[in-house]
Design a protein around this ligand. Structure first.
Ligand code: 13P
Length: 287
């Protein structure tokens, strides 16, 4: 039996503070399976970039459960000799129980998404997660307003965050990072994205914590750069990597209808996925 206790994962605390101070954003890339996890860890190592691996509840179920995911990530870090800082993060945790399960299994960061509740209930739930997570040095991300679009079958109407709600939310929960919904959506944008940079800057100036931008797919480069200058220190990307991978696999299947080895089929998207991730890493680096 291999002891994985020594394999280090980090929380988001140091990486996001450094990003905020130095005006860049740490990429959060969602993982879905063994291959994506390996590709993204290799990209992190190759580019010497700290990385947040985000796992949605749906992806976690798909892979078999929290322990499978934690074991997979830790084992890959060890076997591939990954030396950059890697954080394993629950994306959009829907309840205290789900966040607790992720933390108990070894996740180093969780998002509790109480955005579907009224503010007071969101605060109560988020504080409950923060109180639990603190005991294990796990960082917590909260959400205010509601990010639009749909992810993993969960859809939301876009609801812009208000400055005063963000201040109250932070004061009462003491979350480590905050995702204020300011116009971004999960999945593909219908029409021009309209981010509220005025409120984003006000939230940055009012709170001592890094801000998170969900719905990074489809945002033009100048909007990403502007968001970073307005306090965004973590940017979530899921759909864009899926599309890059899918296009390459579709082409492979079209060109090679008789190749059925799953390693060849799934692996035909490796290069496209890695290129898409590296492009985002360069963009987020603020250079
Ligand atoms: P995209 O669907 O825009 O890639 O957003 C992903 C995300 O925000 C995950 O939480």
């Amino acid at each position: 039996m291999i002891n994985l206790g020594d394999t280090m994962l980090v929380n988001t605390s140091k990486m996001l503070k450094e990003a905020k101070v130095n005006h860049y954003a740490v990429p959060h890339f969602n993982i879905n399976n063994l291959e994506w996890t390996r590709y993204l860890l290799e990209v992190a190592e190759e580019t010497n970039t700290p990385l947040i691996l985000g796992v949605s509840e749906g992806a976690c179920k798909y892979m078999g459960g929290f322990d499978v995911v934690t074991g997979l990530v830790k084992n890959l870090i060890r076997d591939l000799n990954i030396t950059t800082d890697i954080c394993l993060h629950l994306d959009h945790g829907s309840s205290f129980e789900v966040c607790k399960n992720a933390i108990d299994s070894g996740f180093t960061s969780v998002m509790i998404d109480g955005s579907k509740y009224p503010l007071e209930e969101n605060i109560r739930l988020t504080k409950q997660v923060v109180d639990y997570a603190k005991q294990f040095d796990v960082t917590v991300e909260g959400e205010i307003g509601a990010i639009g679009g749909s992810e993993d079958g969960v859809s939301n109407e876009l609801l812009y965050a208000k400055l005063e709600d963000c201040i109250k939310f932070y004061q009462e929960t003491k979350v480590d990072s905050l995702a204020p919904a300011l116009g971004s959506v999960h999945g593909l944008y219908k029409g021009e994205p309209k981010l509220d940079f005025v409120t984003m800057e006000q939230i940055r100036d009012a709170l001592p914590i890094p801000l998170v931008l969900h719905g990074g797919t489809g945002l033009p480069d100048d909007i990403i750069r502007k968001a970073i200058s307005c306090g965004i220190a973590k940017i979530n990307i899921n759909t864009e990597l899926q599309i890059a991978w899918h296009e390459a696999v579709m082409q492979f299947v079209k060109d090679n209808p008789l190749k059925y080895d799953p390693r060849k089929v799934i692996g035909s998207g490796e290069s496209a996925l890695k290129t898409a991730a590296i492009n985002k890493i360069h963009l987020f680096s603020g250079k």
